[in-house]
Structure formats: C-alpha cells, structure tokens
Design a protein around this ligand. Sequence first.
Ligand code: NAP
Ligand code: HSE
Length: 415
Amino acid sequence: MSTINVALLGFGTVGQGVCEAIDTHQDRLKEVLGKEVKIKAILIKDPAKQREIDPSIRVTTEYKDILDIPDLHVIFEAIVGEEPSYTYLSKAIKKGIHIITANKAMFAKYGPDLLEKASKNRVSVGFEATTAGGIPVIGTIRQLLKVNEIQSIQGILNGTSNFILSQMRTRELSFATALQESQEKGYAEADPTNDIEGYDAFYKLLILSQTAFGRQPDWKDIRRKGISHLTSEWLQAAESFRLRFKHVGSLERDGSNDIKGEVEPILVHDTHPFYGVENVENAISLKGSLVGRITLLGPGAGKCPTGSAMVEDFLSLIQGKYTISPESTVNREDVQEDSRRQWVLRIRENEEYQSWLTLFTLKDRIQLGGDLYVFVEGRKEDLRSLLQSHEHIQAVSILNEIPLENEVKEGVAVS
Ligand code: NAP
Ligand code: HSE
C-alpha cells in the first residue's frame, strides 16, 4: 500500500493534536483513503524542549529539511504569527505541496494570496481549524454556498474569552485566575491579548467573510472590543435582566452589498441560542437566503477539537473536495435592515438622563450600588451620538432571540 507523506510545522497544543489524531485514527484513514498516512518530519523552534515523538519521525528546526523530503504531499501548519508561516507556506505551495493551517492571524491577512497561489499551482488549502476550533463552519459554509447566499453571520468565536466570562460568573473567579486556567488548558494564544482584546475573533471573522462572501471588509471598518473591561458588577447586572455577556463577532451584507462587521461583548437573552454556550464552546449562527438560520455549537479550542478539524480537512483535501469560493452577490431585497436594537446602558449616580432617554423606548431599569442600568430600545444612530456626547455612559447591545424557524421569503416554494 502506498503512503501519503505529511509534515507538521509546530508541535504545541495543535501540532500534538494533529499527531495524536493521525496516530489514533490510522485505521480509519486507511479505510477512507486506501493509503497509510505517514508523518515524516516535525518542525519546531526550541530543540532543547523535552518531547515525546516517535523516533521514526525526524524533528528539525530547519524548514529546508521539510521541503527536501521526497514525495511530501501535505504540510500541516500550527505555528504562531504571520511570519515565518506565510513564507513557509508560500514555498510549500510553489513546490506543489498541499497545505492545511490552523494559523488565523496569518490566514486572515494572507489567506486570499495563498488561495490564489495554490490555485495557480494546482494544490489545495485547508483552513477549517483557523475558525471555531472543532466546529466544521468552513465546510458548512461551502456546503450552503452550493445553493444559498449567506446574508449574515454571528458567532462566539473565541473559546478563551467565553471560558473566562463563564468562570467569572459561575465560580466567581477573578479575570486573572480564569485567564490563567484557560492558558493551562491550551485554549489561549501564545499572546493572550489576542483572545481578551478581540483580535483572535477579529481574524476569524475576516476568514468567515472571505469564505462566505468571497472578500473581506476593510479591516479599519470593523469595530473591535475585547472583554478585559468587563467587571463582575456588569455580569451581575446582566443576570438580573436574565441576560448574559457573550463576546460576539457579527458580519452582515447590507443593501448595497457592503460588508459590515463588529467584534464586541454583547448581552444575550435567556431565549437566545448563544445564552447557554458556556466555557470553551463556540457558536455560529449563519443566515442563508434559502435555508434560513442555522446555529452550530461545539468546542472552540484545545488539542483534540483542533486536531480533529485539521485531520477532517486533510481527508476532504485528499478527496479533492475543496474549491475556492467565488465572489457571491446578494440581492438588495434579500437584505432587511433592522435599525432598531436593544441595549443596556450603565449610568452613573446623579447623571441626568430623562432628556435624552426620550430618544429611546425604556423597557426596564435596575439600580445596583451607585449605578443605574436602563434597558432601552432605539436606533443605532441615536445610541452612537449619545455615547459620543456622554463619555461616561457605557452601553452593551443585546441580541434578541434568533427565530429558529426558517425565514423563507414569500414566493419561494418549499415542500
Ligand atoms: P503553541 O502551543 O504555542 O505551539 C506553537 C508551536 O509552534 C510550538 O511547537 C513552537 O515550537 C512552534 N513554533 C513557533 N514558532 C516557530 C517557528 N518560527 N519555527 C518553528 N516552529 C515554531 O501554539 P498552539 O496553541 O498549538 O497554536 C498553534 C497555531 O494554531 C496558532 O497559530 C494558533 O493561533 C492556532 N490555533 C490554536 C488553537 C488552540 O486551541 N490552541 C486552536 C485553533 C488554532 P517549540 O515547541 O519549539 O516552542
Ligand atoms: N485562542 C483561541 C480561542 C484558540 O481561545 O478561541 C482557538 O482558535
């Protein structure tokens, strides 16, 4: 039986997950592919680290050793940062080697370029593991795009920040302790600033945009906010309203086919599918033109879920299932702009608020310590000008329940 030869770049949480997945699922891989999968070499950075690696696998710090492997078919890339990953993968593609990456910071920026290079060199690129850990969201979007146009995407895209918020709420842990636990579990990035300040979710949102819409919005147009400013008082106030903080990335195509994106903490009602998404879980809600709303839930980070995503990608890639998504368009009438949304505003004691409150519909209010929390509904533009003129007012938007039934337009026949 012939073999499929692969190499790994990186042997941290994800690299070890891939190695273990190939090792433990060798029989299944043989059954599906009709070939044995052989890990020929692993690239690492620090040769002094102790590692448990099968002695038949070459371990090296020189990328040239990887490229020199005869008949190398696939490279799994699980190292950190834009470089040297981009350069390494460009060289691999040039040599006709397929690539599979988990590196979202690199792929958000260089994904379009790598996909173009791969297409010219007739190789494939797998990037399922860049987004939402073990959830097959990239594969799901590709499947939906066969018929549907994707209109909007919302997701809890960072396992570390979701874990921290859950732990702060349920175990009353401090932010620092919850972050440390997420690092020990292998969820956090090498630099956890990426997780807690929303950069990681931002990169994932760009990759989702590229996959679903065939392009990315201008990076500077995406508002990005992390979770590090949230306090336990905010979490408690939210519980009083039967609301929970979730760090959510959103993408929407408007009537002029522009893509709007945001990454920020949002409050979700207890009726919303994201409300019960806890700890390292991620969730993604996709709205397709025909199918309506689909919500996917699952583990968003860690060794096994990410290893699983990369090996699934490997199977699809070897089976020739990957094509590059074309730029897709959406009809104006498919997009329904809903400009009225809900927010909770935190107002400091003694702040006069009756005058500007008339701009909104007051839904509820609660006093906690010296702060008043008001629950309002209104236009986004009014909220924006309020926040610009009152710097000390803080606002968090609220996600309403997502209708689970299909939102099929009149005139579209379904049976
Ligand atoms: P990690 O545990 O820090 O491991 C990184 C690995 O890359 C280490 O083995 C390190 O080598 C190696 N490495 C770093 N720079 C290198 C270089 N210049 N040349 C050669 N090797 C280098 O990171 P991780 O959590 O596995 O994440 C890897 C990638 O997957 C990142 O891009 C991350 O964003 C992404 N990702 C992570 C997760 C997750 O749950 N952790 C999930 C999805 C995607 P040494 O061992 O010698 O230090
Ligand atoms: N640090 C990332 C997270 C890893 O916590 O979601 C998975 O992409």
